[in-house]
Design a protein around this ligand. Structure first.
Ligand SMILES: Nc1ncnc2c1ncn2[C@@H]1O[C@H](COP(=O)(O)OP(=O)(O)OP(=O)(O)O)[C@@H](O)[C@H]1O
Ligand SMILES: [Mg+2]
Length: 452
């Protein structure tokens, strides 16, 4: 991929929104002046438009590193000089908010010593009495956590990670302060991709200005403060469509074959020995019923050696919980005898909540006792989780053993994320995540065989 060339294509310009009016520029200048103590950066041109335009709904979208998160934080702080102003900015989880360089650490860089941080509430309180809160909406019902609250600014970072119902519910929390000029603003920032890609595109690009909603494209060129190398690194985590169209702000629909393509893989009729492995199980949510298209239980066995991943085996079936237990144990016994592997970690994707914990404990005490087993808590949606292994495959680092399962496996991979099942993709993403987190040295727990 010629990154320089792609970056230079100014296609994103066709989405430029209307220009701010004189009075909008005046208000921007005034609010930045009043809150200079809290907003340490001068906005770039695209950020300035995002801050100045007064439509109720605006989305700042485009490639990694365009300065979107910064813009969102600046926007939230624009009125903190006003007593009783309240702003909230969401991500899917507190973990997402607290990652290095995510919103909370960034707000601490900007605000420590100038506003009061109330860690228990994830909230800044300003000398005026205004507040800026960080919130999360992880499950669909989490949106009700904000019932009863009122905000004049609601921001969503990585908007495509949310569902449209979560986003729309929050409109009910957007309330004007009495006798105040503070505008009501819903603001989103996002890369393309993610579970919400389609609704975000529909809402802001397809309907967009007709419905009074603005879309501001972000591109690397708009952000002179970004480190190019770091940027290229972040590309590796994007799906190939986004990677290929990166800074164009081009939200063209994702097509089948956009996450995995069969020509990216190499095919082998034998796998090398000395592999470090992981058998990763995605369990079907419900037992099969006649006349439906139920989920499969699927376990993908992935190995790694010298930086190349090998998909060695895929087991996939439908069955009752008892069938599943039996098959998982049998597979563990068969895997233990595989001569190419010096160790195999077994993981089961852990469902949220108590049921997931109980199931994991049942497997570790009864079904897989004596095996190197743990359950695996997952974060992020399926598409986001598939991105690292998609990037590895695109770089030519994933080989597939030519097993009987191969055709089904490739069909599912190519239809992802639009296909009817994604258990094999989950198994592949999960095992890749486990193996890529293991340091590059022989792991200590094996089946009693010494590494050769
Ligand atoms: N106006 C600005 N002045 C100075 N630095 C800025 C400005 N805008 C952004 N930056 C810096 O550029 C880097 C990227 O910005 P930011 O994280 O806001 O981009 P992003 O579009 O949210 O990226 P991602 O897609 O990775 O979430 C950050 O280090 C940020 O501090
Ligand atoms: Mg960001």
């Amino acid at each position: 991929m010629d990154i320089e060339q792609t970056l230079k294509t100014p296609q994103h310009q066709r989405y430029q929104p209307r220009k701010p009016t004189e009075s909008e520029w005046d208000i921007l200048e005034e609010t930045l002046r009043l809150n200079r103590a809290y907003i340490p950066h001068a906005p770039t041109q695209q950020q300035a438009w995002f801050l100045a335009l007064s439509e109720q709904e605006i989305m700042y979208g485009g490639a990694a590193g365009g300065g979107k998160t910064n813009a969102l934080l600046m926007a939230a702080l624009q009125y903190v000089h006003v007593p009783s102003y309240s702003a909230i900015v969401f991500r899917r989880s507190y973990t997402d908010l607290e990652l290095p360089d995510a919103l909370i650490p960034r707000s601490k860089d900007w605000l420590t010593g100038k506003a009061k941080w109330r860690g228990d509430k994830y909230e800044w309180e300003f000398p005026s009495g205004a507040t800026l809160t960080f919130g999360y909406i992880s499950s669909e019902n989490d949106k009700y956590r904000y019932q009863g609250a009122q905000f004049q600014f609601i921001g969503f970072d990585e908007l495509t990670h949310f569902s449209e119902t979560q986003y729309r519910y929050l409109f009910s929390r957007l309330r004007r302060l009495e006798e105040s000029y503070v505008p009501l603003r819903m603001r989103g920032a996002s890369n393309p991709g993610g579970i919400g890609h389609e609704w975000v595109k529909q809402r802001f690009i397809t309907e967009g200005a007709k419905e009074g909603r603005l879309f501001i494209p972000a591109s690397l060129w708009d952000n002179p403060y970004l480190d190019r190398e770091e940027y290229v690194q972040s590309l590796m985590n994007l799906d190939p469509t986004t990677r290929a169209q990166l800074l164009n702000g081009d939200w063209t629909a994702r097509e089948a074959g956009s996450v995995f393509r069969r020509e990216w893989f190499s095919y082998v009729s034998s796998i090398p020995s000395g592999l470090t492995g992981c058998r990763y199980w995605d369990l079907a949510a419900t037992a099969p019923k006649a006349g439906t298209d139920p989920d499969y239980t699927c376990g993908v066995l992935l190995g790694i050696k010298d930086g190349i991943y090998y998909v060695a085996d895929v087991v996939r079936f439908r069955g009752t919980p008892a069938d599943v237990e039996k098959k998982i144990r049998q597979t563990a016994i068969v895997d233990r005898e595989r001569p190419e592997f010096r160790s195999i970690e077994i993981r089961i994707e852990e469902e949220k909540g108590q049921a997931g914990i109980s199931l994991a404990s049942h497997y570790s005490r009864n079904i897989l006792r004596g095996f190197n087993f743990r359950s695996h808590k997952i974060t992020g949606d399926k598409e986001v989780r598939a991105n690292p292994v998609s990037a590895s495959a695109q770089m030519g680092n994933v080989a597939l053993f030519n097993g009987a399962w191969l055709t089904d496996f490739l069909d599912e991979l190519e239809s992802f994320p639009n296909g009817s099942h994604n258990d094999q993709v989950d198994g592949l993403s999960g095992s890749h995540e486990v193996l890529s987190s293991i340091p590059n040295k022989p792991i200590s727990i094996s089946f009693g065989r010494r590494p050769s």
